[in-house]
Design a protein around this ligand. Structure first.
Ligand code: ATP
Length: 434
C-alpha cells in the first residue's frame, strides 16, 4: 500500500491539498484544497447527496448556519460532555489525550505528567463587540444539531412522514488536542450528516439498514471491499447520546481509522431540545393517531477522511515500457477532470483550433482541460497521475482526412478513433452513474 508521504506529496505537487498559510509557516493541521482537490471534494459531496437525497423518496436536505443559539449546546450535552481528558508532560511540555496513554509517564521523554484536566473541544467565540458571558457562541462541533432544532419545521414544510431523514453538508470545528495524519484529524473539517427519524421500536432495524447502505456507498464509489470494515463500539466508548454506534473504518497506511460513524441517537436530542426550549417536538402519526418523539439514526461522515481514503485506494504504480506509471484510478464520478483535449502539434493552427473547439464544447457538459504543455506521452502521464478519465488527441488525420480523434482510456490505456461529433455523447453516456 502507498505511504502517506507519497500521497501528501502528490497532493501538494498537483494541487489537491496543501498547507494553509504556508508562506507564514502554516498553522497546525489546517489544510487548503487546490484546483483539483476542490473538484474532488465537490464530487464526493455530490455523490453523497445524489445517493442519500436525490435518489430516495424518504430524504430531504437542508443547510443550517454554523452559529446557533448557545442553549442548543447546553441541551445537546456538548457544553457538559464534549470534553477530552488532557494531560501535560511537566518536563517536555508535550500535551496528550489521556485516552491515548497507557502508563503514567510521558511516552516521549518519560517525564512526570500533570493531573487529568477536562478540556472542552468546542471553539468558543463572541457574538457582537463585547466579550462577555452573555455573548458566548460556539462554532458547531457537528452539523447534526442544526437538523434536530429544525425537525418540525422541515417535516411540516416537506410534508414527509416518519420514517424520513434530513441530510446536511457543512463545516464543523473541534479544538482537537492531538491532530495529524495529514487531513485525517484537523480542527476544521466538513461533515456529511443524516438524521433519519423513525418510530421507536423500529430503530434497530433502521440502524442495520443504514450501516449496510453506507458501506455499499463506499464500495460503489470505488473503495476496495477488503480495505473497509465495520466496527461496533463497546458500551464504554459510546457517546453520551448513543444506544449503539458502528463505525465504517478504512485501512489507512497507519492502520484502521474511522471514516464514518452510524449511531442510534434514540430520542435523546429531540427530547433534550423539547425540554430546553419548551417547544413541542413530537410527531403526530395521522394513520395510527399516535403522537411520539421519533428515534434517530445518524450516519455521520466527514468529507476529508473519505477523500483521503478515496485517494489512497485509487493510487496505483506500475511499470510501463520501463517507466513508472502512476495512476489515480478514481471512480468516474469522483475524477476531478473527466477529459483532456490535446493537440498533436501546438503550432499547427488548424489542429489547435479544432482542439479548442472540442474542449469548449465538452466543457459545457463536464470538466475538460485543454492541455498542450508537453509531448503527448508526457501529457498522458500527467493526466493519469490526477485520474483524468480520457485523453483526446486531435492530429493530422482529424483535420486532413476524416474528422476523427483518438480517445485513450485511463484504465485500459486503449485508444480508439471516433468521429469528433460523437465524442461528447459517447462520454456523457459513459459518465452516467447507475
Ligand atoms: P474520532 O474518534 O476519530 O475523533 P469521532 O468519533 O469523534 O472521531 P464523529 O463524531 O463520529 O467522529 O464524527 C463523524 C465523522 O466526522 C468522522 O467519521 C470523521 O469522518 C469526521 N471527523 C470527526 N472529527 C474529525 C476531525 N477532527 N478531522 C476530520 N474529520 C473528522
Amino acid at each position: 500500500m502507498v505511504d502517506l508521504e507519497t500521497i501528501a506529496s502528490l497532493c501538494k505537487r498537483r494541487g489537491f491539498v496543501f498547507q494553509n498559510s504556508e508562506i507564514y509557516g502554516g498553522i497546525g493541521s489546517t489544510w487548503d484544497f487546490g484546483p483539483l482537490g476542490v473538484e474532488l471534494k465537490r464530487n464526493i459531496k455530490e455523490a453523497w447527496w445524489r445517493e442519500v437525497v436525490h435518489r430516495r423518496d424518504d430524504m430531504v436536505g437542508q443547510d443550517s448556519a454554523i452559529l446557533m443559539h448557545p442553549e442548543v449546546w447546553v441541551a445537546s450535552g456538548h457544553v457538559a460532555n464534549f470534553n477530552d481528558p488532557l494531560v501535560d508532560c511537566k518536563e517536555c511540555k508535550k500535551r496528550f489525550k489521556a485516552d491515548d496513554l497507557s502508563g503514567d509517564r510521558c511516552p516521549e521523554c518519560g517525564g512526570e505528567l500533570t493531573e487529568v484536566r477536562q478540556f472542552n473541544t468546542m471553539f468558543k467565540t463572541y457574538v457582537g463587540p463585547v466579550e462577555e458571558e452573555a455573548a458566548i457562541a460556539w462554532l458547531r462541533p457537528e452539523t447534526a444539531q442544526g437538523i434536530f432544532v429544525n425537525f418540525r419545521t422541515v417535516q411540516m414544510a416537506s410534508r414527509k412522514k416518519v420514517p424520513f431523514g434530513i441530510a446536511q453538508i457543512g463545516k464543523s470545528f473541534r479544538n482537537e488536542i492531538t491532530t495529524g495524519n495529514f487531513i485525517f484529524r484537523t480542527r476544521e473539517f466538513e461533515q456529511m450528516e443524516i438524521e433519519f427519524f423513525v418510530k421507536p421500536g423500529t430503530d434497530e432495524e433502521w440502524h442495520e439498514r443504514w450501516i449496510y447502505d453506507r458501506l455499499e456507498w463506499y464500495k460503489k464509489y470505488g473503495i476496495k471491499p477488503e480495505n473497509l470494515r465495520l466496527r461496533a463500539h463497546d458500551k464504554n466508548e459510546l457517546a453520551h447520546y448513543s444506544k449503539g454506534t458502528t463505525d465504517i473504518e478504512y485501512n489507512f497506511p497507519w492502520g484502521w481509522g474511522e471514516i464514518e460513524g452510524i449511531a442510534n441517537r434514540t430520542d435523546y436530542d429531540l427530547k433534550a431540545h423539547q425540554t430546553q426550549s419548551g417547544k413541542d417536538l413530537s410527531y403526530f402519526d395521522d394513520q395510527t393517531q399516535e403522537s411520539y418523539i421519533p428515534y434517530v439514526i445518524e450516519p455521520s461522515a466527514g468529507v476529508e477522511r473519505p477523500l483521503l481514503a478515496f485517494l489512497i485506494d485509487a493510487y496505483t504504480e506500475e511499470e510501463v515500457r520501463g517507466e513508472k506509471r502512476v495512476t489515480l484510478r478514481l471512480h468516474k464520478a469522483l475524477a476531478p477532470i473527466k477529459a483532456a483535449v490535446m493537440p498533436l502539434k501546438r503550432n499547427e493552427p488548424r489542429i489547435v483550433e479544432t482542439a479548442h473547439k472540442l474542449a469548449d464544447d465538452l466543457r459545457k457538459s463536464f470538466v475538460c482541460q485543454y492541455d498542450d504543455t508537453g509531448s503527448i506521452g508526457k501529457l498522458y502521464r500527467r493526466q493519469d497521475e490526477v485520474g483524468t478519465l480520457w485523453c483526446i488527441t486531435v492530429d493530422f488525420q482529424t483535420i486532413e482526412q476524416d474528422n476523427t480523434v483518438t480517445i485513450r482510456d485511463r484504465d485500459t490505456m486503449e485508444q480508439i478513433r471516433v468521429p469528433i461529433e460523437g465524442v461528447k455523447q459517447m462520454l456523457l453516456d459513459q459518465l452516467a452513474v447507475d
